[in-house]
Design a protein. Structure first.
Length: 245
């Protein structure tokens, strides 16, 4: 059941072509927000069947990010919230990861959200209820022993979040969500979803299962809504009890 919690809110959601970003954009629209969807995947944006505007933006390209944000904000008539959900996974061992790949993971997962925050800032400053929600990862709190570039990029997102909460407070609330394993396209190519995979999940997670994109979207809704009006700089673990941080 939806409750119009975001009535009239103007929102940019990145990574909106798939998985968690897609679920956030859909839930926010159901809660009566007006959403501009960003992603590098034009086909995925189209398939998401968006009501609002969609922008094909590769967030490693600063020019595209700034142009996209300016255009989106013109269309929305302002900006109240930015949700940074785009990201890429990586499980290369540190011993063999190329510098090019390391730089790419950092560029998408950490520098991308920074660019979006910077581009959004002048517009968020004009809002009466501005907030940012960054989708980090449980790997940024408690690494699993694989994917150090990814874990480092997500730990960076957590500190980006805390530091911006301090730098841009009291005007703008900035929070992060740390999802546990969520069943999205991101898992393809990373894991075989075999018995051993589900057994590892059962052992590592108190709730003994993966999360759903919609469960992460509910946390984003809370943090972006006025129900979270006294919350800033936090990392909210939505991870079925993997990290207990
Ligand atoms: N799925 C999980 O288990 C999990 C766990 C913890 C954190 N996360 C984080 O949640 C976020 C969403 O992941 P997901 O599971 O929905 O994955 P996903 O692969 O389903 O979606 C990620 C989206 O980001 C987009 N994207 C990738 N690189 C981009 C770029 N350079 N510019 C613009 N868009 C780009 C992709 O096109 C895709 O639509 C990511 O930041 C991810 O790191 C996911």
């Amino acid at each position: 059941m939806t409750t119009g919690q975001l009535a009239g809110k103007r929102v940019i959601v990145t990574g909106a072509a798939s998985g968690i970003g897609r679920a956030i954009a859909a839930l926010f629209e159901a809660e009566d927000a007006v959403v501009a969807r960003f992603d590098r995947d034009a086909d995925g944006l189209e398939a998401a069947g968006a009501k609002g505007a969609a922008f094909t933006v590769d967030q490693t390209d600063p020019h595209a990010v700034y142009e996209g944000v300016e255009q989106a904000v013109r269309g929305l008539g302002g900006l109240d919230a930015l949700i940074n959900a785009a990201g890429i996974a990586d499980d290369n061992p540190t011993e063999t990861i190329s510098l090019e790949r390391w730089n790419k993971v950092l560029a998408v997962n950490l520098t991308g959200p920074f660019l979006l925050c910077q581009a959004a800032l002048p517009h968020l400053r004009k809002s009466t209820v501005p907030s940012i929600v960054n989708i980090a990862s449980g790997s940024g709190i408690l690494p699993s022993g694989a994917g150090t570039a990814y874990a480092a990029s997500k730990a960076g997102v957590l500190m980006l979040t805390k530091s911006l909460a301090a730098e841009w407070g009291p005007d703008i609330r900035v929070n992060a969500i740390c999802p546990g394993t969520v069943d999205t396209n991101m898992l393809n190519g990373l894991f075989e979803k075999d018995d051993a995979f589900y057994e590892r999940i059962r052992k590592a997670y108190a709730l003994q299962r993966m999360g759903k994109a919609e469960e992460i979207a509910q946390a984003a809704l809370f943090l972006a809504s006025e129900k979270a009006s006294f919350i800033t700089g936090i990392s909210l673990a939505v991870d079925g009890g993997r990290t207990y941080h």
